[in-house]
Design a protein around this ligand. Structure first.
Ligand SMILES: [Zn+2]
Length: 311
């Protein structure tokens, strides 16, 4: 059963203590009851403060170990508030916004938290798109349109995949690629679209081997210039993505962090019809306890107020 707060008041009342937050994490991490991460045994002594002593192997399991909350020195209730704000705002939050609303002492903490939460937005083993899927590549980070296959200075090339849902857009996937060659595009498509699906692209040669890889391939147009996109769903997603990067993040997205932003955008977009923002809160907490932690030093690059301004 999906159990989550509906309003900010419900959230405040329910998660006013770290013990309440830990209980919630326990529920989401072990919905069928405790299971030892080391030996799989299902009974434990509860030692308090989120610690559980496995009665099988005596391993001391913590509800936050192995999650994005591992080793945090800040109260869990502050983390829960961060998740609430990040999921309740339609367009998400910048690090500066999060720092202000939570009263965090440093920009760097806010930035690291957002980074960890974005990491949690990628559901491990998520389903691939299927049915009819529009695909195109777009450049992010430049003002000039470029010719395909050429190196694009300071720009990132991103594959945009949008599943058809009648007249509308179903789920999407975004994936960065090194270039627009078949060697880059075909593995990207294979990672995001189920084999046997119909892939609609323009006439770019990079997509030509799709049929050989088990896809039905529909060529929509025969022009090779990036930018003038007539694939309507991909086009729509692209403009929303660019607007989001410029609006919420003021274009201050460093190239090295682009993947995280793409994940966040995908998380939001694929849940845009969710009636309750509380459900997004639930989903993100659930994913936050289901994944491996990333340590501060494993995050590539440094936080920065400015980033790459032209992105
Ligand atoms: Zn055990």
């Amino acid at each position: 059963m999906e159990d989550y707060p509906r309003t900010i008041l419900e959230m405040e009342e329910r998660f006013g203590t770290d013990a309440a937050c830990r209980d919630y994490l326990f529920q989401l991490r072990w919905p069928e009851g405790f299971r030892c991460p080391r030996c799989g045994h299902d009974t434990a002594w509860h030692l308090g403060r989120g610690l559980h002593l496995c009665s099988g192997c005596r391993f001391q399991a913590s509800v936050t170990a192995g999650t994005i909350f591992q080793d945090t020195r800040k109260p869990l209730r502050l983390w829960f508030r961060a998740i609430w704000y990040v999921t309740s705002q339609k367009h998400g939050m910048s690090a500066l916004g999060l720092k202000r609303v939570l009263g965090l002492g440093s920009y760097e903490t806010a930035w690291t938290w957002l980074h960890k939460l974005r990491h949690a937005m990628v559901r491990p083993g998520r389903d691939r798109l299927a049915g009819r899927v529009e695909i195109d590549e777009i450049y992010i980070g430049g003002v000039k349109e470029g010719k395909r296959g050429r190196g694009a200075d300071g720009k990132a090339l991103v594959v945009v995949a949008a599943q058809e849902d009648g007249k509308y857009i179903g789920r999407i996937r975004l994936q960065r690629v090194a270039d627009a060659s078949s060697a880059s595009l075909i593995p990207a498509v294979a990672a995001i679209v189920e084999r046997g699906s119909t892939v609609c692209t323009d006439g770019w040669t990079g997509y030509r081997p799709l049929r050989k890889h088990g896809y039905k391939h529909e060529v929509i147009r025969k022009d090779g210039t990036v930018g003038e996109n007539v694939l309507p769903r991909v086009n729509r997603v692209t403009s929303l993505l660019k607007r989001w990067l410029l609006g919420t993040h003021h274009g201050a997205v460093q190239q090295s962090h682009l993947d995280c932003y793409l994940d966040e955008f995908t998380f939001r977009f694929n849940r845009r019809r969710s009636r309750s923002r509380g459900k997004l809160f639930y989903r993100l907490v659930q994913q936050a306890v289901a994944i491996e932690p990333i340590k501060g030093r494993e995050i590539k690059g440094e936080p920065s107020d400015t980033g790459d301004r032209n992105m």
